[in-house]
Structure formats: structure tokens, C-alpha cells
Design a protein around this ligand. Structure first.
Ligand code: NI
Length: 138
């Protein structure tokens, strides 16, 4: 970790009241930690938007495993991108529904494309890509 630098922030008092309410709502210990998280979140988002940076994330899928060939299709796509899909966790939610969480690492645009292809497969009831970073530089 690099050295800590203190700096002041001027803010409209009404905006600050709303920010303090946000801090309480999200259980932050203090303003500094909340500001750090907001800055990191914006920087991570910027890296994703640039497309060619090495990023990590998770793809969450909920699907009906009785849907014809669906499980095979999803698994085949994961094998096609084995260099990006690091790990898969499968949970049998009930008699019909499965939850799959994939850990992914690669260029942002490749991850987004794989997520789009998996989430759009017929029979996937809900899917979401959570975009985060390797932690380097944050
Ligand atoms: Ni299952």
C-alpha cells in the first residue's frame, strides 16, 4: 500500500447531508472510507469501459435444467472460453432450477461478450455480470 495523503473536500451542505445519510445507510465507519470506495468504484467502471484492460468478475446464471440441451449449451460455451472462465460453482436450487456462478478473468470486452452470450441463451431465467478488478492499483 502506498502512503496516505490527507486532503480537504468542499461540498454543498445539502449534498453533504445526503452523503452522510448514504454513509449511514451503507454502514460505512466514516466519510473517508465511503469516498475511497466511491472513487475505486468509478475507476473500476472506467477500466471496464476501456475494454482492453485485464479485469475479473462473476457471471451469475439462474436456469431451468429441464430445458432441452440447455445445460450442455452452457457448458459448451464455458469450454469454448476456458482461458477466461476460471471456475464454476453449480447449485441445485430445487427440482427444476439451477444457479451457476462463474469466476472470470480476461479483457473486459471478452468477459462482457461471454456474459452476453451465456445470459441470452434460451432458458436462462436471469443472468448478471458483476464487474470488478484484480485489486492492483486500487
Ligand atoms: Ni442443478
Amino acid at each position: 500500500m502506498s502512503t496516505l495523503t490527507r486532503f480537504g473536500i468542499s461540498m454543498d451542505s445539502q449534498l453533504l447531508r445526503r452523503f452522510d445519510a448514504f454513509i449511514r445507510e451503507h454502514a460505512y465507519a466514516n466519510r473517508s472510507e465511503a469516498v475511497r470506495d466511491l472513487v475505486r468504484d468509478r475507476l473500476v467502471q472506467k477500466s471496464w469501459d476501456q475494454g482492453n484492460e485485464e479485469m475479473v468478475g462473476t457471471i451469475t446464471l439462474v436456469f431451468d435444467h429441464h430445458q432441452r440441451d440447455l445445460t450442455e449449451k452452457l457448458t459448451a460455451q464455458q469450454h469454448d472460453h476456458h482461458e477466461t472462465v476460471l471456475s464454476a460453482m453449480h447449485v441445485h436450487l430445487d427440482h427444476f432450477n439451477c444457479l451457476e456462478v462463474l469466476a472470470v478473468r480476461g479483457k473486459a470486452r471478452d468477459i462482457q461478450s461471454i456474459a452476453d452470450r451465456l445470459i441470452s441463451v434460451k432458458g436462462v431465467k436471469h443472468g448478471k455480470l458483476v464487474m470488478t478488478a484484480t485489486g492492483e492499483g486500487l
